[in-house]
Design a protein around this ligand. Structure first.
Ligand code: ATP
Ligand code: MG
Length: 586
């Protein structure tokens, strides 16, 4: 498999900006930050932002801070703080110094708000939230200045003090920057910078009943931390003028600069914490770490590797162009990272019993085969076959038991094979058992429905490690010993969600009719959920696959899988990604 990296210069314009800044001595060292709000679990979109911010710092020997933007205490929780820290580390990154919180700066941010009032560029507005929204104007409607807009500095200082001291209820007063009520950019029409919120905060407890707005706290937190390149997604482009305004008003000599890139979108994949949360709350998934979830926790559980995710982010690049990335691109990177690290093994997902009538006679001849690399030993009626764990890497050997009764996959014997079918059928009775003998089907048994339930077969004793004499046998299939294979639950997955264009009008109408009271998000989830997104098989796997929980394997001819857990003595495997699919990567 080719492993050529995309042109890393061309596919990341921020890299070019940083190179220039360093070359021009604008900064001695770059400092970036990743600023999540701890109101949910991180998802694949955040992975892009993490790889970008931490990756740039790594590449240019700079620093990257992890800062929780915790200005909205009602939505935030310590659990989310903990999960985010774990996710960043799992991806392979470490932040500079301690974890930071915007709330670390609440005292300073408050002092600066007072400073802005004293400069005459901030005022307390006593209008209701509706009035504020209404009077901001826009869409052809002129704006109306607040009755408090021209209040004196003393009045504003007193009112802001009252806000801080809890004399206002929520929605009764806000502090606004005094900029321009007719500015063409709505974000510059006197944006709110502080609001009253009588809420307990996970970091600051009950110290505050006013909280800074994100748009005010963010640029100043960047400035305090000496962030040089504040990289964020395009929806903040219109907020940049205010970002620059605040930093300038407070008076920083070397202001941080904001750069925007386009959000990551992937087909069949949600990149909105709000909707992901809804999936969890509605119970259509088992939790934030359900293996079908595009959260970092879900992808980790699914068996995706940090290397695969980082490679994906490098390949998709960073630009200002909106677009939707092909899901197979993500799978490509994950698969690529597994190819040269995972042990191989055989697992039969849909077992069909095969009885080998000449088994004892055949294995009594093993000694005479002179193929020590294939046959290791015969003991208690079992032939133990030693095979490498990986075709080219030095991962050691595994012992595969071969017994009189084995399982093959039901799909490898077809009564009515389609054209070009190369496996077993009434007309094509011979096949190579992978790592073992040539098998010949002598007879097949069917049940009352005509379904095949057992094959009676023989093996060619001379074909262990050798080609058969005088004939060509095409096709190789995998198998597992029926006696010594391990019964396992094997999960395979499809997309968790349908795309809009995969939904029929009838489907949508039916769901709406069945859920007349559902809100928009709930209806969205119900219509887009793929009920076949998970299939569980009563499979049988070769003993070497029962290893450490968390170990990844390639099940030959199937997919990559991770051993998720062992429940009631039964291993549980999750499909990570299929084998090659012909996708051409970026
Ligand atoms: P969501 O809409 O899912 O709640 P968010 O942007 O509100 O996401 P934050 O916690 O504020 O989530 O995001 C932290 C950082 O991750 C921000 O800098 C944000 O721009 C970035 N980010 C979030 N979603 C994406 C995405 N889909 N692609 C790239 N970066 C993203
Ligand atoms: Mg956000």
């Amino acid at each position: 498999m080719t492993n050529i990296k995309p042109d890393t210069e061309k596919n990341n314009f921020i890299r070019t900006i940083i190179k220039d800044d360093l070359a021009n001595n604008k900064h001695e060292r770059i400092v970036t930050r990743f600023p999540p709000e701890p109101n949910g679990f991180l998802h694949i979109g955040h992975v892009k932002s993490i790889c970008l911010n931490f990756g740039l710092a790594q590449e240019f020997q700079g620093l990257c801070n992890l800062r929780f933007d915790d200005t909205n205490p009602t939505a935030e929780k310590q659990d989310f703080v903990d999960s985010i820290k774990k996710d960043v580390q799992w991806l392979g990154f470490d932040w500079a110094g301690d974890v930071r919180y915007a709330s670390n700066y609440f005292d300073q941010l408050y002092e600066w708000a007072v400073k802005l009032i004293k400069k005459g560029v901030a005022y307390v507005d006593l209008q209701t939230p509706e009035e504020i929204r209404e009077n901001r104007g826009g869409f052809g409607k002129p704006s109306v200045p607040s009755p408090q807009r021209e209040a004196s500095i003393e009045e504003n200082l007193a009112r802001f003090d009252d806000m801080k001291n809890g004399k206002y209820k929520e929605g009764e007063a806000v502090l606004r920057a005094k900029i321009d009520m007719n500015h063409p950019n709505m974000n510059m029409r006197d944006p709110v910078i502080y609001r009253v919120m009588h809420a307990h905060h996970h970091q600051t407890g009950d110290k505050w009943c006013i909280y800074p707005m994100y748009d005010y706290a963010h640029p100043l937190s960047d400035a305090i931390e000496g962030i040089t390149h504040s990289v964020c997604t395009l929806e903040f482009e219109d907020h940049r003028p205010f970002y620059d305004w605040v930093v300038e008003q407070v008076g920083f000599e070397i202001p941080p600069r904001q750069y925007e890139f386009s959000r990551l979108n992937i087909d069949h994949t949600l990149t909105s914490k709000r909707k992901l949360k809804r999936l969890v709350e509605m119970g259509v998934v088992s939790g934030w770490d359900d293996p079908r979830m595009p959260t970092i926790a879900g992808m980790r559980r699914r068996g995706y590797t940090p290397e695969g995710l980082r490679d994906f982010c490098e390949r998709i690049g960073v630009s200002k162009a909106d677009g939707v990335v092909d899901f197979r691109q993500l799978e490509f990177s994950v698969r690529n990272s597994l190819e040269d690290s995972t042990a191989r093994g055989m697992a039969v997902l849909r077992p069909l019993k095969v009885t080998i009538t000449n088994f004892d006679e055949a294995i009594s001849q093993v000694e005479t085969l002179k193929k020590p690399t294939v046959a290791t030993k015969v003991k208690d009626g079992v032939l133990w076959l030693s095979q490498p764990k990986h075709p080219s890497l030095d991962l050691g050997h595994r012992d595969i038991p071969f017994t009189k009764t084995i399982y093959i996959d039901q799909s490898d014997f077809e009564l009515n094979p389609p054209e070009g079918y190369k496996r077993l059928s009434p007309d094509n009775r011979e096949i190579r058992l992978r790592n073992s003998y040539i098998l010949k089907v002598e007879e097949f048994k069917t049940d009352d429905n005509g379904d095949v339930i057992e094959l009676i077969a023989t093996i060619d004793p001379k074909t262990l490690g050798n080609n058969p004499e005088g004939r060509k046998v095409k096709g190789v299939i995998h198998w597992v010993s029926a006696d010594l294979g391990v019964p396992s639950a094997v999960y395979t997955f499809e997309h968790l969600l349908f795309e809009d264009d995969e939904l029929t009008d009838e489907h949508i109408a039916k769901i709406k009719a069945n859920h007349p009271d559902a809100d928009d998000d709930t209806l969205w989830v119900l219509t887009h959920y793929n009920p076949n997104s998970q299939t569980v098989y009563d499979a049988v796997v070769e003993p070497s696959l029962v290893a450490q929980v968390g170990e990844r394997f390639q099940f030959e001819r199937e997919s990559y899988f991770i051993l998720d857990s062992i429940q009631d003595n039964k291993p549980v495997f999750y499909q990570i990604v299929g084998l090659k699919d012909g996708f051409k990567p970026a």
